[in-house]
Design a protein around this ligand. Sequence first.
Ligand code: OGA
Ligand code: NI
Length: 308
Amino acid sequence: MAIPVIDFSKLDGEERGNTLAQIANGCEEWGFFQLVNHGIPEELLERVKRVCSEWYKSEREEGFKNSTPVKLLNDLVESKSGEKLENVDWEDVITLLDDNEWPSHSSEFNETMKEYRYKLKKLAEKVMEVMDENLGLQKGYIKKALNSGKENQAFFGMKVSHYPPCPWPELVNGLRAHTDAGGVILLLQDEKVKGLQILKDDQWIDVEPLPNSIVINTGDLIEVLSNGRYKSVRHRVLATPDGNRRSIASFYNPSLKATIAPAPELKEPVTKEVDEAYPKFVFGDYMSVYAKQKFLPKEPRFQAVGSM
Ligand code: OGA
Ligand code: NI
């Protein structure tokens, strides 16, 4: 069993109907799918991967050796407790946010990542339009829901992660199981080292590396906007003994001030359960809850934010 691989270029041709259906299936049944022929030039993707790896080697690799996960894992192994580390991830992360100062001083890194961000954001918007169409919403509905007014533009974050080789991969996760909080997530994963898995029907399934494909998944907010038609899916990254897995996850999220609620067109005749499952809330409030409960089931998060 593997997550759907979809040729995005077919959206513009005779096979449009079939491609829309494949994406609908990816959203409804899997919460994850891989796009090929997505229009982002291979040359750019190669550059993105190279600048991220170079940057990791020069700025981060040494520091990881003294990082918290390394210390905690060493302590755990010494203690011979037989337990697993449950409160950390074997991951090195930098986040590149819209308006933050970026940590790298290399202009090649900055320019490459800006170019990538610009193209990826356009791809995310195209994917959201497909979701509008599949859900029977007006074109642009999801984008508008995530961009509420001039002052509350969506923000586009990029998370550059490395999962260095781990001497005891059975004792720690690369990244603990979670669902993503926001809208649409676009992932460029390592072409060789695997590790990403999604939970489907109570089984963990590998997201197989497919060089230069973009893995798309939907976050908690799309679940809310779609009134549960598109469920955010739990996923995790396993630690691996060899290979340094690189992944670049990009998040198209609403502004913290945006109000999120199920699309009225998708609300069933109101029942108490549905109303309680998907409340209306301000995204910033959701993020406060998420920050504390990211690795726990999502339903209590919806409940908590609904009563704020
Ligand atoms: C995340 C995530 C997956 C990966 O950052 O939320 O799920 O492959 N990343 O790094
Ligand atoms: Ni995630």
